[in-house]
Write a protein that binds this ligand. Structure first.
Ligand code: PAF
Length: 281
């Protein structure tokens, strides 16, 4: 397994591959779990060479404590990737290598996608995501890049980013990987106690109930239903629940036969923030 911390050496390694082979890219912030491995396995099937970046990107965190406490364990990540294929290429730069002396995000306009849900609660987050991905995409120049649907809004924004930046990269969305309990896999789950993990299954349970009721209830009834579930829960604090149009991510107030809808939820369990979503029709 090759691990590069320096862009020039990574690019020198990739140069011969570019001529006739497909390069797949899985950008991550490390603390890898089965969700990431699913992306990597798909990338391995669909490309000749796979690069996994591991970089906790400072410009996408609006909460300094979240950035500081974000789990980091490069040795374990390397061992996990090695266990599925020892030809994966890891790119694990530091902030100086990526940003130089200017650790700043570019201001993007993603056609309004950035103002919905996560955008309302994590100011500047998607500018940070857009900035780091634009830097990585332009260096690595992959044919295909893989993203989990757990961050569904991010996935839609990345599709927009490659259009804005005119990058010839296919963005591949991959379904959410869940524990048996339904809890969506996330690097932040590593910070939950066993008890908190049990409590957190309420996100999946709630989304599944909303999906079941979607055809027979109005959106307003479903919003009230979810608020009621979390109202008396002193472990889980509901930050938002929304049913939104899958393409525009605009909050839905009425259903239309022609549109696709998804339910989105963000919840605090102690200081840890979890998100999840589910297709409804
Ligand atoms: O989803 C993530 O882990 C991050 O937002 C990403 C895409 C690696 C950019 O830092």
């Amino acid at each position: 397994m090759s691990v590069y911390t320096n862009k020039e050496s990574l690019l020198a390694f990739l140069k011969p591959w570019r001529k006739s082979k497909k390069i797949g890219f899985v950008p991550t912030m490390g603390a890898l779990h089965e969700g990431h491995l699913t992306l990597v396995k798909k990338a391995l099937k669909e490309n000749d060479c796979v690069v996994v970046s591991i970089f906790v990107n400072p410009t996408q965190f609006n909460n300094p404590e979240d950035l500081e406490k974000y789990p980091r364990d490069l040795d374990t990540d390397e061992a996990l990737l090695n266990s599925i294929d020892n030809n994966i290429v890891i790119y694990a730069p530091n902030a100086q290598e990526v940003y130089g002396d200017d650790v700043e995000a570019t201001d993007y306009s993603f056609g309004g996608l950035e103002f919905e849900m996560e955008g309302k609660h994590r100011e500047g987050h998607f500018n940070g995501v857009g900035t780091i991905l634009n830097i990585l995409f332009r260096s690595i120049k992959p044919d295909n890049a893989y993203f989990g649907q757990k961050d569904f809004q991010q996935l839609q924004i990345v599709k927009k980013l490659v259009k804005i930046e005119d990058l010839p990269i296919t963005i591949v969305g991959v379904p959410i990987v869940r524990e048996k309990s339904g809890l969506a896999l996330s690097s932040r789950n590593k910070r939950l106690t066993e008890e908190e993990k049990k409590e957190a299954t309420l996100l999946y349970k709630t989304l599944s109930e909303v999906k079941e009721k979607f055809a027979s209830h109005t959106i307003s009834e479903l919003n009230d239903y979810v608020k009621e579930i979390f109202k008396n829960n002193d472990q889980l604090l509901l930050e938002y629940f929304e049913i939104a149009n899958e393409n525009t991510l605009k909050t839905a107030t009425k259903k239309s036969e022609k549109e696709k809808y998804r339910a989105f939820i963000a919840v605090f369990i102690g200081k840890i923030r979890l998100i999840d979503n589910m297709a409804l029709n």
